[in-house]
Ligand binder design. Structure first.
Ligand code: NCD
Length: 309
């Protein structure tokens, strides 16, 4: 039996380098499979999704990944139209979803929501974003993208810029990168530095420095990972307005970068990368979104097919 079979995917902290590399190998395998064999992997299985926050890529890539491995998906993408509106609890909603599906993906505003759901569900739960805490499948997709585009992860200089305080993709990515030998520069306005409780934890695994000026580091980076300022998570709009637009990656900044450096973004992009960067060979965020479909297909295959594939 494969070790991922019927396992929850709650936190990237549960993934060693060996486990991550196994997922990447399966992803490569799945990308090279012919469509007919690919559709055998999760044939007859159903994925249920519950999204308490907006999503485009995560939900659609899971949907499309599930279809590509022969399964189907059903769920609630707009919680306003569900019985939550009538007062139904998360626990009951999860219980019902686990009756109708073979695995469940959950995006919720609260930290700890996926762990809570996993305690209730007798089917595997996949965290598709829990508050400001984690987004493990995004980190798997991000690491896979780096590996595909740079041919390695070890030895790279990686800059992560933007909202490091509220961006959950950042936390999952940092914990994921902790498995590799990388030099990380965390670049943000003073008020959006990574949370101090996490600094302590991440410092044990990862070599990183903090900075406020992207220009001081830009020429050294192999990977620039840009994040959106998470407007909806600011307790006070005034605070958001102070940092809004602090970083914009444009062609002028790109000129200072190594010619073979890559720019990533979990998306959605608001104004932090100007659209004229999109057509440069360095922009890899749309490829990253595509890799998201394949890494999720691999994760579904491993979770739902006893033999892997
Ligand atoms: C991210 C998220 O939801 O955390 N989106 C995504 O899943 N690609 C990033 C964001 O919303 O900024």
């Amino acid at each position: 039996m494969n070790e991922f079979y019927q396992q929850d995917i709650i936190s990237i902290k549960d993934y060693t380098k060996e486990k991550l590399e196994k997922i990447f190998t399966f992803t490569d395998k799945i990308m090279n499979l012919d469509p007919i064999s690919r559709r055998e992997i999760c044939k007859g299985k159903t994925l249920g999704y519950l999204f308490y926050e907006p999503s485009t890529r995560t939900r659609l890539s899971f949907d499309s990944a599930m279809a590509s491995v022969g399964g189907s998906s059903l769920g609630i993408s707009n919680i306003e139209s569900s019985s939550t509106q009538k007062g139904e609890s998360l626990a009951d909603t999860v219980k019902i979803m686990s009756i109708y599906s073979d695995a469940l993906i959950l995006r919720h505003t609260l930290d700890g929501s996926s762990r809570f759901a996993a305690e209730i569900s007798d089917k595997p739960v996949i965290n598709a974003g829990s508050g400001t805490e984690e987004h493990p499948t995004q980190a798997i997709q991000d690491l896979f993208t780096i590996k595909k585009e740079k041919k390695k992860i070890d030895g790279l200089k990686i800059g992560i810029v933007g909202d490091l305080k509220y961006g959950r993709t950042v936390y999952s990515l940092l914990h994921g990168l902790g498995n590799y030998d990388v030099d990380v520069r965390l670049i943000s306005p003073e008020s959006l530095k990574i949370r101090t409780d996490s600094v302590y934890e991440i410092k044990k695994k990862l070599d990183f420095t903090e900075a406020t000026n992207v220009e001081d580091h830009i020429d050294e980076l192999d990977v620039l990972y840009v994040t959106r300022i998470q407007k909806e998570r600011f307790p006070d709009e005034e605070e958001y307005l102070k940092v809004k637009g602090s970083y914009v990656v444009g062609l002028d900044l790109l000129k200072q970068m190594k010619s073979d450096s890559i720019i990533l973004h979990p998306l959605p992009r608001i104004d932090e990368i100007s659209t004229d960067v999109d057509n440069t060979p360095n922009a890899k965020y749309f490829e990253q979104a595509e890799y998201g479909k394949h890494t999720r297909a691999a994760l579904l295959g491993l979770t739902l097919n006893e033999n892997g594939f």
